[in-house]
Ligand binder design. Structure first.
Ligand code: ADP
Ligand code: SF4
Length: 682
């Protein structure tokens, strides 16, 4: 296939200072939870982006000094020469495929708590640190010597970056995480010397560091600046007009402007709250201020939108973190005219949750993400089948669909059966809920791929029983039958069920997704699951006219969504819609007209009137069919939620893992099924 000439513009080279990008696809820096702990895995992941056609591939934030220590988060470090080989490996993997390697040098100022180095944090002005757990630490305000030292440290890190083989060496003033942003913003700079007060003074350090970096490495390396266009704090913080003034003051000083929003939750908004291109209103004024290339982000996955933003002069290069995670081969697919094959990011932020939980990056759409080195998985390729076994897969949810796709790609004959009339399992059901429509892409991409595989047949409305399975006579059965929500109070707070009268109107998420509704107007949603569903169902019921109280033993609504950067937005939306959030309370009993509550701290009992209750507590694996098949001696394996209920990302990964391993000798419980890197002893 050849590319549509409409997209030619995306493949024009772009000059960035002394280097040239081969096209307009730019993987902006993004965190990944691997950092200095999993450097080879990280290097392989970045290399994969380059193989997939991203002309620029950047690292995540790289601590430039031991006072820039962001533990417990796992990022990269460039504190001394000792760190150079690790970074050199990343640059090498990127350059191997003809792409430019960028490094995001970072000092995090008052957001670096120095928990590992035990240094006193430094900041533009003295202030409590911003931290993960409200650490009882304050940062000291920097004196003139500190500023000179910081400039020296940045310069040294730039020289080390050049030595490690990077082509772009960043000055970072974004996401509320870069100290140069802290100096630039009135919200974090209260200085009265020449580095505080007027915009010119607040921008002084940023300007000096850009000049230092260009002076140190600018002969061969480009120096981009990543800057926050908005801090969303009203006039107390940075707003686009002031940032534009700052950019105008330094217009052509850096080699590229990389624009984003601050903090990270504003920059990496989920599809529940924003559309593709959501940053355009904030960045569209910048290009006219500079002759240097401008990069912007906004979850761009559509080539037509990419062409539009280039043609409209909003940006010169398409920046992407999440779209490059969901599909490292996105540029190649556009280049080769294979638009159908683009695996579009669904905007769920599972990727972000893993940086937040300090575990290696993963992705709902791309199960090979983070597994390139550990397990040798490739987002586009898989080894051919080792035998001719015919596999029957029961359940076309995310686990079954991915297993069928990957086994089909290996060349196996696959029969995929589902009792539902539409494929997709939970993805189909959940994507009909408010704000989750983009999640259907998990199903749709896989169905499109299955259509191209003549060796895979999909049968809907096929309820499989041990008898029908035996009749089919497949060589192996993969059971991907999912899970169901419990109709009792078993969750994280109470680990055992509690009885209630059958006459009570009690519903589960499955009921609501099957269009059953509470009879009463006053509804309690009891959320002891703590991810998105409780909050989403509250939205659904309020929109339909119910009065909803969301009861949770956690201190906030949808507590885990802190890790997907959504918690504050979710709680604000619920409160604005009129949902009452009753935190720190567990539902301990259900009656026809009320629920009994128990304080999560004191155990004190109380009651809350409610005509109906929706229980979002825990799920039960639906593995009865697997048990029956196994009892009959039929070779069967469980994958996805029927093996262990978890995220959609986990189900997709589980299906892929089965397909990758099929034909291998069975895994021994005592063998680690992936490679890991163990710290070398000094
Ligand atoms: P997962 O997340 O593990 O992929 P889902 O719950 O999304 O699981 O999907 C499970 C799918 O299995 C559903 O579409 C359901 O209709 C289907 N299913 C469950 N039991 C059977 C069965 N006995 N025969 C056919 N399909 C089944
Ligand atoms: Fe996109 Fe979700 Fe994958 Fe992140 S995890 S890249 S948001 S699909």
């Amino acid at each position: 296939m050849t590319r549509d000439p409409r997209y030619d513009i995306l493949f024009e080279p772009v000059r960035i200072g002394p280097v040239t990008a081969r096209n307009r696809f730019y993987q902006v820096p993004h965190c990944n939870g691997m950092g200095y702990k999993d450097p080879s895995a990280l290097a392989a992941m970045r290399g994969m982006k380059a193989e997939g056609g991203w002309a620029v591939v950047c690292t995540e934030m790289v601590e430039i000094h031991h006072t820039a220590d962001v533990a417990p988060f796992v990022e990269l470090r460039l504190w001394s020469d000792q760190d150079i080989p690790m970074l050199a490996r990343i640059a090498e993997k990127v350059r191997e495929h003809g792409s430019l390697a960028g490094i995001e040098l970072c000092h995090s100022g008052y957001t670096a708590n120095n928990l590992w180095s035990r240094e006193v944090p430094i900041a533009a002005s003295p202030m409590p640190t911003a931290s993960y757990l409200y650490d009882p630490i304050q940062a000291r305000g920097m004196d003139k010597q500190d500023i000179r030292d910081l400039r020296r440290a940045h310069r040294q890190a730039a020289l080390r970056s050049k030595q490690a083989g990077f082509d772009l060496v960043y000055v970072y003033a974004g996401h509320g995480l870069g100290i140069f942003q802290h100096f630039l913003s009135r919200a974090t700079n209260f200085r009265t010397d020449e580095y505080g007060g007027s915009l010119e003074n607040r921008a002084r350090l940023l300007r000096e560091v850009i000049e230092d970096t260009k002076d140190a490495v600018g002969d061969t390396c480009a120096v981009p600046v990543r800057i926050a266009m908005h801090e969303f704090q009203g006039s107390a913080g940075l707003e686009p007009a002031e940032v534009e003034d700052a950019i105008a003051m330094m217009a052509d000083l850096p080699d590229l402007w990389d624009l984003s929003l601050s903090d990270w939750s504003k920059d990496s908004q989920t599809s529940r709250f924003s559309e593709e291109g959501f940053q355009e209103p904030y960045i569209k004024g910048v290009k006219k201020l500079t002759s240097k290339p401008v990069v912007g982000v906004g979850r761009y996955t559509s080539p037509d939108t990419m062409v539009r933003v280039i043609r409209q002069g909003i940006m010169d290069m398409i920046g992407a973190a999440r779209p490059s995670i969901a599909d490292p081969f996105l540029p190649k697919k556009i280049e080769e005219g294979r638009l159908d094959d683009i695996r579009e990011c669904i905007g769920c932020n599972i990727c972000v949750t893993h940086d937040y939980t300090m575990s290696p990056l993963r992705c709902t759409q791309n199960p090979s993400m983070g597994e390139e080195w550990r397990r040798g998985w490739h987002p586009e390729k898989i080894r051919p089948k080792q035998d001719d076994r015919h596999i029957l897969i029961i359940g076309a949810g995310p686990a079954g669909l991915e297993a069928a796709r990957a086994l089909g790609q290996r060349g196996h004959q696959v029969t995929l059966a589902d009792r539902a009339s539409v494929a997709g399992g939970r993805v189909t059901r959940e994507s009909r809920l408010p704000g989750l429509a983009a999640w259907a892409r998990v199903r749709d991409w896989r169905l499109l791929q299955l259509n191209k595989l003549p060796n895979v047949s999909l049968y809907l409305e096929s309820d499989m029983t041990p008898e029908t399975v035996a009749e089919l006579g497949a060589d192996h059965v993969l059971v991907a039958t999912g899970s169901e929500w419990l109709r009792d109070l078993t969750g994280r707070h109470f680990l055992s069920p509690a009885d209630y009268a059958e006459s009570c109107d009690v519903l589960t998420p499955d009921d609501l997704m099957s269009d059953l509704r509470p009879k009463a107007r006053d509804v309690v949603i009891y959320d002891d699951d703590h991810y998105y569903l409780g909050g989403v169902l509250a939205e659904l019921l309020v929109r339909e006219g119910h009065a909803v109280t969301l009861v949770t033993p956690a201190p906030v609504a949808s507590a885990f969504t802190k890790a997907s950067l959504e918690q504050k937005t979710i709680q604000a939306r619920l409160l604005k819609m009129g949902v009452k959030v009753l935190a720190n309370q567990a539902v301990s009993g259900i009656a026809a007209d009320h629920v009994s509550l128990e304080c999560a701290y004191t155990g004190e009992a109380s009651q809350l009137e409610a005509g109906a209750v929706v229980l979002v507590t825990a799920r039960r694996p639906l593995d009865g069919l697997w048990q029956a098949l196994t009892a009959q001696g039929i070779a069967a394996t469980r994958v996805g939620d029927c093996y262990g209920p978890a995220t959609i990302a986990a189900a997709v990964h589980s299906g892929r893992k089965f397909a990758e391993n099929f034909g291998n000798p069975p895994e021994d419980f005592l063998d680690i099924p992936f490679r890991r890197e163990v710290t070398a002893l000094s």
